[in-house]
Design a protein around this ligand. Structure first.
Ligand SMILES: *Cc1c(COP(=O)(O)O)cnc(C)c1O
Length: 425
């Protein structure tokens, strides 16, 4: 009688399978070996034939080297914070891949000497925003703001309107952030109204800067007033404007969204924003402004602690120089086109087409409803779609699961359809 356990192939024999050799390069030896060990154990337990061990090991491998799972965003929310905000363009992805190896990020190939880090990206920023004399890239918008106020006002006062003492997203509270920089917050005005005299009355020898923050994720209506950058910049101290979303120029589609160029032309010394909101690039914080002010910010020791990596610089440059980003493609998606795609999906899965207002999201353009459509399914589909492969996340609305294709690349429409059909069977 042959003991089946003797026929189970040895570990090194299984690991020599070309598919597992290839997987070892991507996933690492430990992960592949664990899959082989598991397959061998199943064979010894009689659950599979000894000859099937290599196939079983391949089937047990994780699909990807990251635990991050791709999501088909069928929520209609373009900059979804939980999904990592802006999806990158093909050009930005390619740039990131190139930058993931050795690159001349801080090296001059002509002379063999050190060169200015990320110079191509800074040039691209200034080409897009000629109103700025200098620019700097840091880790995110919060870091841009912390670094700027630290450099300009540590140990002194930052004057801010009470109408702009905001919380932007989870746990990002402006007063706490400023307090962490060693600057003192000098609040002026009230929640709904602040006048130029309120600011003027607070300006003194201890003023480090005046901060103007765009309260990007809510709107207040009624008896309100605030002071614009032009009036603030006449008061003397440098004005720092945090425009938040990273719109570089005014955009007719988003009339209430402040932009970098307008704030600079109005006299702001420094303008800060995010790279992965309306700019549609990688997570980054941007600092634009007058040469001397940006120099002061970039020379502060803290700048080194919030420096971005080469892949971010690469993706940002590709976003700035490249075609319309996926973010803007989704925001500007043609409503007839969306309807055609939505009807096709509805016909294939037997759902109903309903009007669906998309949103910019990510704390940008809070009042704006983007005209679009969705396939309405029973709410019970939501969980099955989330747990399926690919993972599809819809929007729950009035006990329905709405699938809005605005943020789904058209090339993935069939995947959404198949995911829904899989939930039905
Ligand atoms: C989003 C936002 C920030 C924070 O930017 P992050 O890139 O998320 O760090 C700061 N200020 C405003 C006005 C914002 O909208």
């Amino acid at each position: 009688m042959t003991d089946v356990r003797r026929l189970v192939p040895r570990t090194d024999a299984v690991l020599a399978d070309p598919r597992l050799v290839d997987a070892t390069g991507r996933l690492g030896r430990d992960v592949v070996k664990a899959a082989v060990t598991e397959a061998q154990a199943r064979a010894r337990a009689g659950e599979l034939a000894p000859a099937a061990v290599p196939d079983a090991a391949v089937a047990l491998l994780p699909e990807r080297a990251t635990s991050l799972r791709p999501v088909l965003n069928a929520t209609g929310v373009v900059l979804h914070t939980n999904f990592g905000r802006a999806p990158l363009s093909a050009g930005a992805v390619q740039a990131m891949r190139i930058a993931s190896a050795y690159v001349d990020v801080e090296y001059d190939v002509a002379t063999g000497a050190r060169a200015r880090r990320g110079r191509g990206t800074l040039d691209a920023l200034l080409a897009q925003v000629p109103a700025a004399q200098a620019a700097l890239v840091v880790n995110n918008g919060a870091a841009a703001l912390v670094l700027t106020t630290t450099a300009l006002a540590a140990g002194r006062e930052v004057i801010v309107s009470r109408g702009e003492m905001v919380e932007i997203g989870d746990g990002f509270r402006l007063p706490d952030l400023i307090a962490s920089t060693g600057a003192r917050l000098r609040e002026v005005g009230t929640t709904n109204r602040t006048t130029v005299d309120d600011y003027a009355g607070a300006v003194g020898p201890d003023t480090g800067c005046i901060l103007k923050v765009h309260p990007s994720n809510f709107t207040i209506e009624g008896f309100t007033s605030s002071v614009d950058v032009a009036d603030l910049s006449r008061l003397g101290p440098p004005v720092v404007a945090d425009v938040g979303s990273g719109l570089l120029h005014p955009d007719l589609l988003l009339p209430d969204e402040p932009d970098v160029t307008t704030a600079l032309l109005a006299g702001a010394a420094v303008v800060t924003c995010s790279g992965d909101k309306l700019l549609g690039g990688p997570q980054a914080g941007l600092v634009f402004g007058a040469a001397a002010a940006v120099e002061r910010v970039s020379r502060h020791p803290l700048a080194r602690a919030v420096r971005v990596d080469k892949t971010t610089l690469a993706a940002l440059e590709a976003t700035l120089r490249g075609p319309q980003s996926p973010t803007w493609q989704a925001i500007r998606a043609d409503s007839d086109d969306l309807r055609r795609r939505t009807e096709r999906l509805a016909a294939a899965v037997g759902g109903r087409v309903v009007a669906s207002a998309g949103a910019v999201g990510g704390g940008s353009a809070p009042g704006l409803a983007l005209v679009g459509w969705a396939v309405a399914l029973p709410s019970s589909y939501a969980e099955r779609l989330r747990l399926g492969s690919p993972c599809v996340v819809g929007r729950i609305d009035k006990d329905q699961c709405l699938l809005d294709l605005r943020c789904v690349p058209e090339s993935d429409d069939d995947s959404v359809r198949d995911a829904v059909l899989a939930c039905m069977s």
